[in-house]
Design a protein around this ligand. Structure first.
Ligand code: HSX
Ligand code: ADE
Length: 235
């Protein structure tokens, strides 16, 4: 079993596993000065998507995991927007549907919406997540996927949508989790502990990242976002 239980029903891939080591090498985080959000360490998903080796290793690991499960998952559900980077490559290998959970103003058709939720970084107004009515239902066994599990606000919105759809959660998988925010513990104890049996798995802990993973441009003090004209003028 390559996972260790870090809190009840919350599992982290063992740091001796090759995938954990690959992720630790690939992940970049940025300080608030070089990131779009005011969080201590902004984990940049493009450091993963720009590493074909890492992306392929994530795919192969999760495909193998879900192929071995009986009963097998019937759907992969991805969170808007970064869950969309990982879900399809797994679903297509398993030959099961990839279902998008999207912000209300982006989703077509008849929708079910979650309660408003907040993330580690606050948006101007709380968001709601939606799923298309009927995209999953009774008998569906779903895996939820996202790049980062931080406070768990986003994950909880997905659990509400699965519950309302009368489907069953196999597990919630994140590529990276941020342990000090205690997402799994909070979700397990919220709403009269109705989600206490939800299993969380994470492939890497933010605790594993060091200064070596920092992507900040050292000694640079100019603007973070340059115009095309500014850059052309440098050539
Ligand atoms: C970002 O925040 C990530 O891609 C996840 O969807 C979400 C995680 O933050 P939290 O809701 O766990 O705080 O959009
Ligand atoms: N979403 C919520 N918290 C995040 C973080 N620290 N880095 C990247 N995405 C996030």
């Amino acid at each position: 079993m390559p996972f260790k239980e870090v809190s009840p029903n919350s599992f982290l891939l063992d740091d001796s596993h090759a995938l954990s080591q690959l992720l630790k090498k690939s992940y970049r985080w940025y300080s608030p000065v070089f990131s779009p959000r005011n969080v201590p360490r902004f984990a940049d998903v493009s450091s993963i998507t720009e590493s074909p080796e890492t992306l392929k290793a994530i795919r192969d690991f999760l495909v193998q995991r879900y192929r071995a499960m009986s009963p097998a998952p019937t759907h992969i559900l991805g969170f808007d927007a970064r869950g969309f980077l990982f879900g399809p490559m797994i679903a297509v290998e398993l030959e099961i549907p990839f279902v998008l959970m999207r912000k209300a103003d982006k989703n077509a058709g008849l929708l079910i919406r979650s309660e408003p939720y907040e993330k580690e970084y606050k948006e101007a107004a709380p968001e709601v997540m939606t799923i298309r009515y009927g995209s999953i239902g009774k008998g569906s066994r779903v895996v939820l996927i996202d790049d980062v599990l931080a406070t768990g606000g986003t994950a909880l919105s997905g659990l509400q949508l699965v519950e309302a759809s009368d489907a069953v959660v196999v597990e919630m998988v994140s590529i990276l989790s941020i342990p000090f925010l205690k997402a799994a513990e909070k979700i397990h104890s919220t709403a009269n502990s109705r989600y206490k049996d939800i299993k969380f798995i994470s492939l890497l802990s933010d605790d594993a990242l060091t200064e070596e993973n920092c992507g900040d441009s050292k000694n640079y003090t100019g603007p973070r976002v340059l115009s095309c004209g500014d850059v052309l003028a440098e050539h």
